[in-house]
Design a protein around this ligand. Structure first.
Ligand code: GLN
Length: 237
């Protein structure tokens, strides 16, 4: 990091803010500040150049047309790609996951290029997946939970591994959920995902800071987390 303030890029919130995923930026910022770090959220608007100097980049979910617009913008202004190539942490949710992939197909059958930071291709399923989603066995020891609302099904190539295995809901559509390549993570978990899964937030922050983080006790977060996990079958909690 160039200076001590961690700069959290919230990409194109006008078009990738439909499902409340902008909250992920607030979560990262607060979890840093509560530990005594300086941090700020840097919203990057659709009509401004995407900086390549931010420490972490967040992409949220969005509607199909908005998603095409966002992908075009991120290909035309390649700050995200440049930053990722030099090790920046990137976290994309739903439309964000699909944009981070190499290609996605719209409901009209047209294929659109993604930015190619994940080895993922997305195409529409016959039915939309709208449900609670729970995932185990990936980067995090405890289950991840969220809600999903998407029609796309995502197929991973050899360059990405899933974030985990679906135990509730649909995820990628083949029993796996999300995609990870290095420090680039995509998922179908809305919630916002980092509010519902503080362990995942802290994993991303450990990548940003380059070291493990001391545990953080926030009773409200713990209560929310316990409430969500209690809805899962006992054998997978
Ligand atoms: N929730 C979303 O971001 C939706 C993404 C995409 N438009 C889909 O339906 O698959």
């Amino acid at each position: 990091m160039a200076d001590s303030t961690v700069r959290i890029g919230l990409l194109l919130p006008e078009v990738l803010g439909t499902y409340g995923d902008s909250g992920n930026a607030q979560v990262l910022c607060k979890r840093l500040q509560w530990r005594g770090h300086e941090a700020e959220v840097v919203p990057v608007a659709l009509d401004s150049a995407v900086p390549s100097t931010l420490d972490v980049y967040l992409l949220g979910g969005g509607e199909d047309t908005a998603q095409v617009l966002a992908a075009r913008r991120l290909l035309a202004s390649p700050g995200l790609t440049r930053a990722a190539e030099t090790g920046a942490t990137v976290f994309g949710v739903c439309a964000g996951l699909q944009i981070l992939g190499t290609r996605f197909r719209g409901l009209d059958g047209a294929d659109h290029p993604g930015v190619g930071l994940l080895d993922v291709v997305t195409a529409p399923a016959p039915r939309r997946a709208v449900a609670e989603l729970a995932v185990v066995g990936g980067l995090i020891d405890t289950p991840l939970t969220g809600f999903e609302n998407h029609q796309g099904t995502s197929t991973l190539g050899e360059g990405s591994v899933p974030l985990g295995r679906v135990v509730r809901g649909t995820g990628n559509g083949d029993g796996t959920e999300g995609a990870v390549t290095g420090h680039v993570v995509g998922t179908y978990l809305h919630g916002p995902a980092l509010a519902r899964n503080p362990e995942l937030a802290d994993l991303l922050l450990s990548w940003v800071l380059g070291h493990e983080l001391a545990p953080l006790e926030v009773s409200e977060v713990d209560v929310l987390r316990a409430e969500r996990l209690a809805t899962l079958p006992r054998r997978i909690r």
